[in-house]
Design a protein around this ligand. Structure first.
Ligand code: TEU
Length: 556
């Protein structure tokens, strides 16, 4: 059994991260859009959860084609959110409470309104031309057959200079050309500028997309679209770029980094996160987020054994070689309780059960705002209710391809990124206490029942369970540094595993079903004492174990 070598102890391994989507967190000036003063107002709430790090989604100047992921000035704050002075007060407030702040770094692309792109598109001879990726078309056709994450071609024709520019996301998000050393240096200067202000790290948006395959070849099979998009993911210079970025900005600073990486494999992640690789601390992998298939607009086949196999692969794959991040929610994903468990009868139990999973795996847990009160998917009655560019563009494309509008809408009831983006539910007053104006996106009508105020009062609430859970992990080295051993990989309803560090041993048992599940395993024989339960269990008998619907239990 392993020892926690002092060398491998890291604050960011022990930390819990809380993600804020500022637009939807708390509005103080009544314009219907969340703001930085709103975050400052809620810092005591966040601190009280027991989290250590806040990850702030983009707060930079942006025309908001993709809600801040299209940045027009990296060094100023979006006026709707406040001023640089507000942001500085936020940083101080976070630090005063002993927490840390990590910023979103979006450098695969900028906004088309960024000064670099305005210059770049103005003239083929502009010194900024090469900051972006420009190509001639193939006759009437764009330079290749890649399709955008947000539907349609990745290429936009630009009249002025008669060429196309590449945009993996919206046409207002032109991709930066990382092959250009001057551009890379500009990015590093900007990162150092923020780091010198005292921030504690970065979450790096789609950072594995910055190196594209030379020549930008078409994908072999046009039907594979972007998810077969090997030509722009984990490209040949990706590790070189990230190592250079590390040398130029991160090295020698006590910060944390997490790279968002669609399409990343465990093998690649070992390199990105290896202790001696000098790249990043952890990555967000997408395999769990893609464990479903969609037919006719309903998610039909995610199965627990497949889900467990993915978790196990990543737990084993990065063991002693890198570090995992664990999440089931963020601003791009449907709400976990609607997606992976039960947002009806078993809402409370099942939200706690999923939380138990995330906080008892090896890796750093991430909590997305509202998750801690079990916020659910929203079902806006019409597509007009949706704001998200990904939802709106794909919906249009689907209907044009022959989907019935009601089926496309049902699909987005399950899938839309706006499920995560409805305003935070603070209390049962109008607009859930998010704003006294008109919210930019509709509030989920269930805010009367699901809100922070009600759950603060209720000892048995999801919110209070999160607080216990966060503390629980922090107090136990085995939960952070222990090994992971999956039990009964094929069991259809129970997710069971051991976490062990020398003689500190825990078994975690999670029932993913709305029916009772019995479970037995030789490995459980020596476990006796219940140390955490989402249903008030006190006794544990490994020989006659029946878990109640969505029960979670940790035994010692
Ligand atoms: O997301 C990148 C990403 O791959 C997806 O989660 C994406 O939102 C989804 O696949 C669309 O179908 C990051 C950000 O988290 C997201 O909010 C941004 O829109 C995107 O990059 C572009 O910056």
């Amino acid at each position: 059994m392993e020892k926690v070598m002092v060398l491998y102890r890291r604050w960011w391994k022990e930390a819990t991260v809380y993600q804020i989507y500022p637009r939807s967190f708390r509005d103080t000036d009544g314009d219907g859009v969340g703001d930085i003063p709103g975050i400052i107002e809620k810092l005591d709430y966040i601190c009280d959860l027991g989290v250590d790090v806040i990850w702030l989604c983009p707060v930079y100047r942006s025309p908001n084609d993709d809600n801040g992921y299209d940045i027009s000035d990296y060094r100023s704050i979006m006026p709707e959110f406040g001023t640089m002075a507000d942001w500085e007060r936020l940083l101080d407030g976070v630090h005063q409470r002993g927490m840390r702040l990590i910023m979103d770094l979006v450098v695969n692309h900028t906004s088309d309104e960024h000064a670099w792109f305005v210059e770049s598109r103005s003239d083929k001879d502009s010194p900024y031309r090469d900051y972006y990726i420009w190509r001639k078309g193939e006759g009437e056709l764009p330079p290749n057959n890649w399709s955008s994450f947000f539907a349609g071609s990745t290429w936009q024709y630009d009249e002025k200079t008669g060429e196309y520019y590449l945009h993996l996301f919206s046409k207002k998000q032109p991709d930066l050309n990382w092959e250009n050393p001057k551009l890379r240096q500009e990015v590093y200067d900007m990162m150092n500028w923020w780091l010198d202000k005292g921030i504690d790290g970065f979450r790096m948006d789609v950072i594995n997309l910055i190196s594209k395959v030379p020549g930008l070849p078409s994908l072999g099979d046009p039907a594979v679209l972007n998810w077969g998009g090997a030509n722009f993911m984990n490209g040949p210079r990706i590790h070189e770029f990230i190592k250079e970025m590390n040398r130029e900005t991160l090295a020698g600073r006590d910060i944390m980094t997490v790279g968002e990486m669609p399409g990343v494999t465990v093998e690649e992640a070992r390199r990105y996160t290896g202790e001696t690789e000098n790249e990043l601390n952890m990555v967000f992998q997408f395999e769990l987020m893609e464990c479903e298939s969609y037919w006719g607009g309903r998610n039909v086949n995610w199965s627990l054994p497949a889900f467990k196999a993915i978790v196990d692969k990543w737990q084993q794959g990065l063991k002693d070689k890198g570090w995992n991040s664990n999440y089931l929610n963020n601003h791009d994903q449907p709400r976990m309780v609607s997606r992976f468990s039960n947002d009806g009868t078993w809402w409370k139990e099942s939200a706690k059960m999923l939380a138990t999973l995330i906080h008892t795996l090896s890796g750093t847990p991430f909590v997305f705002q509202g998750e801690e009160i079990g916020m659910t998917n929203v079902h806006f009655p019409s597509i007009e209710g949706y704001n998200d560019i990904d939802t709106r563009n794909h919906y249009r494309e689907m209907v044009a391809a022959g989907w019935r509008p009601e089926d496309a809408l049902t699909y987005y009831h399950d899938r839309s990124r706006d499920n995560a983006r409805t305003p935070m539910q603070w209390d049962d007053t109008e607009n859930a206490g998010f704003t006294h104006g008109k919210p930019w996106l509709g509030v989920n009508p269930n805010y009367k029942n699901i809100n922070v105020a009600a759950q603060t009062e209720d000892e048995d609430s999801i919110l209070n369970y999160y607080k216990r859970l966060i503390r629980f992990r922090k107090e136990r080295d085995a939960m952070v540094y222990g090994s992971f051993r999956l039990l009964a990989p094929e069991h259809p309803t129970v997710f069971a595993y051991l976490r062990e560090l020398e003689d500190e041993r825990y078994a975690v048992l999670l029932n993913f079903s709305d029916k009772p599940s019995s479970f037995s395993d030789e490995a459980l024989k020596s476990f006796k004492q219940v140390v955490l339960s989402n249903v008030g269990r006190t006794a544990f008998d490994a020989d006659a174990l029946e878990l109640s619907p969505f029960e979670a239990v940790v035994v010692k």
